[in-house]
Design a binder for this molecule. Sequence first.
Ligand code: 0X9
Ligand code: ZN
Length: 337
Amino acid sequence: DFILDSFVSHQEINQWLTNISSQFEELCSTFDIGETAEGRIIRVIKISLTNSTYKNQSKRAIWVEAGMHGREWISPVTANNIIYNMITMSYSDRCVKNLLEAFDWYILPVANPDGYEYSRSRDRMWRKNRRLSEVLKRPWWSAYYSHSFQRNKYRYCYGVDLNRNFGFKWGVVGTSTNPCSEIYQGPAAFSEPETAAIRDFASAVNNDTQIIVYLSLHSYGQMWLYSWGYTRQRSKDHKDLRYIANQSSEAIFLASQKRVQYTVGPAARTLYASSGCSDDWAKGSLGVKYAFTLELPPSDTDYQLNGFLLPASAIPSIRETTWTGVKTMAELTLAAG
Ligand code: 0X9
Ligand code: ZN
């Protein structure tokens, strides 16, 4: 299947989500949760056993998002493979069946469709979304504009880093107020249609079916990160987060042919401190206990080229390892009660 084995367009992914959910209509539904600046539809698929014995009781939700940064192409295709595995193994595989009994799964393969498409067609290394920043829209006499004008470089910059735009500890650390920066936080928290859509939809899900895991798929670095990312201090759930991250990484290591080893730790200590990220927002604002960010392979050391430029031939092994990790994570969450 070329959807699962190559880096296809956002349009093709959205169509595939619609097709697969009409093919498995008892199990799946899709939600169009928002529209980007360039008019692309942000589509979420929900995978849920309607006859689950958990219904109306202790059923909880798992949120998986991918494609928040344009150039991280391995992320959407990995999310699609998770969707495919969940659906097609839902009857045959006892473990998957259990995970669907216990949890509703909400998966967003492309959180940043405009950035993804821009990276495919114009600038392979594009990270942010593609909304024109506020500068040009403000009147020329505003202080902000003249400041920008003097510094010339501020004038024609597109895009906000969506993973600096979430409204928990927004603008505190590891972000930029410069619209031309790769880590521009945006003019306000949730100023972007993509982040506002995730906020509104995930909040509604959480009110209805408590989100217990919030998993954000990025690349690269081969890291299993958990909150907090905005501070080096431990969260109150530090030990539980560390346990699940360690166990999931260990499962990946043991199952992988090439001994894929993830680095595990709190984001702020293991990678760098940055705020306004979706994982911390999920934990800090929604109250999700398990907030993880995965930096998918390659690791910094095992790939000498630019780690964003993985060939499609790298997909199968990353699909297997990530699937192992996600299943382990969900099983342990279930076991933890
Ligand atoms: O900086 C990011 O947004 C993520 N890394 S990436 O190289 N894919 O851009 C890491 C986010 C980790 N989470 C937090 N810092 N909260
Ligand atoms: Zn990223």
